[in-house]
Design a protein around this ligand. Sequence first.
Ligand code: CMP
Length: 136
Amino acid sequence: MNNIEQTLSIIKPDAVERNLTDEIKKIFTNNNLNIKESKKIHITKDEASEFYKVHQSKPFYNDLCAYLSSGPIVVMILEGQNAVLANRKLMGATNPKEAEEKTIRKLYGISIDKNSVHGSDSTENAKKEIEFFFKN
Ligand code: CMP
C-alpha cells in the first residue's frame, strides 16, 4: 500500500565534524528516502533542551542537550514510503555496539551519545520534530 510519510533526520555533531554528511545523505537517497529540506545549523543548549524534552527525566538528559548543541548539525526532512520506519532501519540501534551491520550507527557511530544520527520514532513525533526545525 502507498504510505508516503515524512520524518526528521539529524546528522549529529560527531558526524558533521568528521565530514560524513554527504556519505550519510547518500545512504538515505540510495534507499528511496528523498531529502526534501536540508540545513546546517548550530543550536543553543536551550533549543536542544526543548527538542529533547521527552527525555527530561532521564539521567543522560543534560549531557545529551550539551552534546547536540556542541557543534553544527544537519537537519533534514526525509520523505518516502514508510519513511519513519525506513529511516530507523537505516540508522540501526541507538547504541552503535548493538546496531546491525551496514546501518549508519554501526558504520559511523562512536558511542551511545555520539551515535551520528537522530530520527523521529513515530509519525506523530515526526510532525512535531519537523515543525520544530522547519516551520518557525
Ligand atoms: P537519539 O535517537 O538522538 O535520542 C536520544 C538520544 O539520547 C539517543 O539518540 C542517544 O544518543 C542518547 N542517549 C544517551 N544515553 C542513552 C541511553 N542510556 N539510552 C538511550 N539513549 C541514550
